[in-house]
Each structure stands twice: as structure tokens, then as C-alpha cells.
Write a protein that binds this ligand. Sequence first.
Ligand code: GLU
Length: 481
Amino acid sequence: MTIRVRFAPSPTGMLHIGNARTALFNWLFVRHHGGEFVFRIEDTDRERSTKESEISIMEDIAWLGLDWNEGPDKPGAHGPYRQSERTSIYEDHCSQLLNEGKAYRCYCTKEELEAVKEAQRQRKEPPSYPGTCRNLSPEERADREKQGLSSVVRLRIEPEDILVNDLIRGEVVFGSHTLGGDFVLFRSDGGVMYNFAVVIDDVTMKITHVLRGEDHLTNTAKQILIYRALGYEPPQFGHMAMILGPDRAKLSKRHGTVSVRQFKDEGYLPEALFNYMSLLGWNPGDEREKMPREEILREFSLERLTKSAAIFDFKKLRWMNGLYIRDLDRDQLFAAARPYLPDAGNIVAERGEEWLKDVLWLFRDNVEVLTDFAPRVGMIAAFEAGEEAQKLFAEEASQQVMRAFRDELAGLDGAKLPLTTEIIDEILPRVQEATGAKGRKLFMPLRAAMIGSPHGPDIRVVGPMLGRDEVVRRLDAALGV
Ligand code: GLU
């Protein structure tokens, strides 16, 4: 038997990190076992589903490095892969259930149902359809049809315990009486209900394992009843623990960045997000955290999924992203960071690509996300003194240091140029001797003059990058000459 899983997002917004983790775990499971991954679009909610969302979700899943075997863009033997294109399949199955008496038409109006609910509320009972139309005689039904009353289709459910044999949570039991009574499969406007569509899709797409968030457990209980009514064997279910924010509330927009696209825009690398997400509810059984994709894939197993919720640690993700940035070689770093540098075109035109690569390389130890580069590159490329720098420039002692250093540079024999780290190492002791400044007193004013901030990279590296003439120009500017 080929293992087949699916990722089935509703295209109603950006890909949320929780859904991305669901896709990731399905992918790891199925690729580990050599099975097939199906991408299905659950667009039964016609009002909220959009084409843009569908496209962006697929782009983001691909960006994370997850591939699929069948999907809207990859026709296979079990399509179509959008629920909106599968209506006739759902209708056929619905007719089957109606013919067998396992489902029935319900003609109750909205107002009637609301009145029932209200009475239940007053009796402090949970809302539940009371079965008003469950046992209509053929005559009663014909009569309502003749009146032109619209109807929904409901599944006939019996009192029983529904057992979910969950791959992650073990045995979970639901009393069918907790499901709100005979539930709706088709709405009066002919729209299919979510749980019915999912079951029919999973059966006809030959899905063997359904791995999804534990917020779907109640749906699973309903779905098992639908499988049974249709006479199909249910797939294996596994419900993953939720992802919570640092305050232990369900991870949501309130916590900040929660969509894959936002993380991408903020300069996270897909490798880092992949690695970090894999640890949200799974672990390798030891203390390892930074693990390359192949290692995670090799070691992934459902047995190691945890039942307790995972806390999303934004700081740890940033830290991990920094590690992945430092894994990049010079060219990879340039390719990765360039889209995050608004001024890259000008800088390259002015100073050349190699110069920009040098600057990125210089800062790579001090960044955690790719967007951290822009202000740093900006400091070097286009000088602008910050507040702290201005303060230093106003101090007499700083001015002495800057002046001495400037004069040393200006007086350099042309044969010694271009400026190198070694030359700066020769000059600095002389400046120290002439001014009496050392350590921070020596470096901070010079750095502030070169990059606009007293903090940052080694001036012995920055100096050669700028070149002698540019450093002299910046020192002059800082000295106000
Ligand atoms: N469309 C559902 C969602 O986005 C998927 C549910 C499922 O995996 O069955 O939550």
C-alpha cells in the first residue's frame, strides 16, 4: 500500500505558521516513507476563498522546500484538486445516502431552528437539532416539496461512542450526543458542508493518513460517522498538538508575525524556518536543535510527536536564523541578502558587486535576519552620523583623535596605497602616542566618523573597504572642515 497524505488549506488568507507546520509534518512523514503528497484546495467557502490566497499558499509551501505529487497545478489520477470543482462527486454520494435512508431532508426554517436553540439555551442545554424532520413519512415529505420549501440534507446519527484511534494521542472517545444532533451535509443552497466534502475527498483521493491539528478532533468524530454511513474504511488519523504564543494562548496575529510570508519578508531563510518548525511538537530525542533538512527527514517519526502544546519562541527562531545565515558562503549570502537591500542597485553600480559582498560578509556575525543588513550596509555606503556619533564629534578628545588619524592618512605615501589593515595597524599606535587616547577612546570616534555610529565592525576592516580618500572625506565631515 502506498502511503498518501494531503495538505488541504482553505485559501482564505496567508499561510499561517500552524498550517505550515501541518504541511511540514505531513511532508516529513510521507517523504520519510516514500509515499505521495497531495495538495488540495478547500474552497467550499466561496465568499472568503480567493485565487490570490491559493497562489500565495502554494508559493509559500514551495518556498519552504516542500513538494507535492498531485495538486491543482499537477493533475493526477484523483483530481480535480479544488473542492469547488468536485460538486458532482459530492452530490452523487449525497444521493446514495438519501436513497439508503442514512441521510434525510430537513425542511425546518431558520426561525424554527433558532427558536429550538433559544429554548435549549434557557434550559441550559447545549444546542442540538431535535430531529424534527428525521421521521417524516413519504407523504409529509411530498407535501413539503409541493409547497416548495427548501431543505438541507442531514446525516442520521445514533447514540453511540465514537472511537478515534489516534496515531499521536492514542484512543480518544466521543459520545455522538455531543455533536449537536443530526448534522448537515448539504446546505439548502446546494453548497456542500465542509466535513462531508473532506471525507469524500479523502476517500476518493485514496488518502491513507490524515495528520492535522487537534482543533479538528470534533470534525474527525463527525467524519468517522460519515465514513461509516458511506461504507468506507476511514484513514488513520493523527492530531498534532497546537502551537501557542509565549503567553500560552493559541498562536495568532496578536503575537506578531505568524504567516510564512511575513517571516520571509522579515528576512528569515526557508532552511531556518523549516528547522525551527520541525521542533514545534517533534524532537529528535536528544538536545539537538540545529538540524539540516536531510537529518530531520531521516529521523522523523510520528512516535516522537508530543501530545503537549508547543510554544512558539520568536527569539529562538531569530537566533537559529542567524546560525543559518552564517552557514552561507559569500556568494550565497549575497544572493540571499540582495533582495532585502533597497539600495543594492545603486551600490553595485557605484562600488561594484565585490564591494557589496565584502560588506555583507563583514556584518554576517552581527545579524539574525536578512533585513538587519540594510541599515548596516547603509551606514557604510552612504554616511550619515547618528546621535551618538554627533555627541562624540563635539568632544575635544575625539576631535584630537580624528584629526591625528586624518593627518596620518592624508600624509600616506601614494606607494603605500590602497589602504590596508596592516597600514592602519601601523598608524594607530602613532595616533595613540600623539593623543594619549587608547581602547574605546581611540576606536569609537574613528568608527563613528567612518560609519556614523560608534558601535559596529572593526575599523581596521572598514577602513580598507572605504578607501583612504573616502575615510579622509568622512573624517573631515566629522571635524566640520
Ligand atoms: N481546510 C482545513 C483547514 O485549513 C483542513 C482540514 C483538514 O486537514 O482536514 O484547517
